[in-house]
Ligand binder design. Structure first.
Ligand code: ATP
Ligand code: MG
Length: 327
């Protein structure tokens, strides 16, 4: 069986790390892939006036899964519609500290399950009058239930004892009140153990005692911010993969963006993108192959070469070649 994968490198270092992940998938001899490439992002917008051409959106809709690199200024015009195209309601963001690296918190093993369709990401903003603006935050029972069910299932399937529901229901009583109440109902229905945490206090606790936490179920923006915080705990954005999961389709992308400060220099860390490809393998049912890729990345984190973000002087190509060797 051949799996069709849409490949959308996008802008900046997306152009450098996405081919690395494709090379890794091509090296998995037990799985057949067919890659179809599409354009999106700043460069396409400059050329055609649209950041996400219909042809690219169609590729993602029709493929078995999508690998996406990054988009620059146009990120919101690309990734938000792409998440819709694949029907993604859950954003899965693991943050794991590798023993080989000098992580700020070496005992971190967290997975953020971020609601992926609503909250402030609905983009309902307006300027009421000069100097006065608003943003409407949408929280629905349906989406809250779906993300909570996904989070509790994920915890059970992946052997996590700790589930935390992040919220700010003491201030946003209606919206986060509904999120919290709905998620707690799901936990109770499943007879699952869980804690609830105010997201601001949780940010502090995650910095000081990440080992006390496992799966963290979050509203959209909180999940974005807390997972970047966790990236800092384990060694930086160059290491964090993510999955945007829908009922039938899914899109895999690094947590980092287009990193314009280092784009074009050939020194971006390809690990986050390659680990995203490992999540793609898991998603298609090739858990063993996913583990092989994660092991290869870990081997190279230990033995080197490393890119400058991890204190080395290796290039994207050298690190990718070493990961392919380790495979
Ligand atoms: P965008 O607007 O596309 O999100 P950004 O300026 O927020 O871009 P990020 O890509 O989120 O940039 O990166 C933030 C910082 O982390 C930058 O200094 C960047 O160089 C660094 N960084 C991100 N990804 C990587 C990577 N894969 N390898 C090395 N450094 C990275
Ligand atoms: Mg960014």
């Amino acid at each position: 069986m051949t799996h069709e994968i849409a490949v959308i490198p996008g802008d900046g270092i997306g152009q450098e790390v996405t081919p690395a992940a494709v090379e890794v998938l091509e090296a998995i001899e037990t799985v057949d892939f067919e890659f179809v490439e599409g354009d999106a992002g700043d460069a396409v917008e400059a050329e055609t006036g649209t950041a996400l051409p219909d042809a690219t959106a169609d590729l993602a809709a029709d493929a078995d899964a999508t690998l996406f690199g990054a988009a620059g200024e146009t990120a919101a015009d690309v990734i938000l519609p792409l998440r819709q195209v694949v029907g993604s309601f859950a954003n899965v963001r693991p943050a794991v500290a590798y023993p080989a690296l000098d992580a700020v918190q070496p005992h971190t093993d967290l997975v953020f399950i971020r609601e992926n369709t609503e909250g402030v990401y609905k983009g309902i903003e307006s300027e009421i009058t000069d100097g006065v603006t608003t943003c409407t935050r949408v929280i629905t029972e349906d989406a809250s239930e779906k993300i909570a069910e996904f989070g509790f299932d994920y915890a059970r399937q992946n052997g996590f004892d700790d589930v935390t529901i992040a919220h700010k229901a003491n201030v946003m009583r209606q919206t986060d009140g509904l999120f919290l109440e709905t998620a707690e109902e799901v936990g109770a229905e499943r007879d699952a153990e869980y804690d609830t945490a105010l997201m601001d206090a949780l940010a502090m606790h995650l910095v000081m005692n990440p080992e006390d936490y496992g799966v963290v179920i979050c509203p959209n923006l909180a999940g974005d911010m807390l997972s970047d915080l966790a990236a800092g705990l384990v060694g930086g954005l160059g290491l964090l993969p993510s999955a945007n999961v829908g009922e039938e389709n899914a899109l895999f992308e690094p947590v980092h963006g287009s990193a314009p400060d280092i784009a074009g220099e050939g020194v971006a860390n390809p690990s986050a993108m390659i680990l995203s490809a490992a999540m793609l393998l898991d998603h298609l049912g090739y858990d063993e192959e996913g583990d092989r890729v994660r092991d290869a990345v870990e081997t190279v984190l230990e033995a080197g070469p490393r890119t400058p973000d991890l204190g080395g002087d290796g290039t994207t190509e050298e690190v990718t070649a070493a990961i392919l060797d380790a495979l």
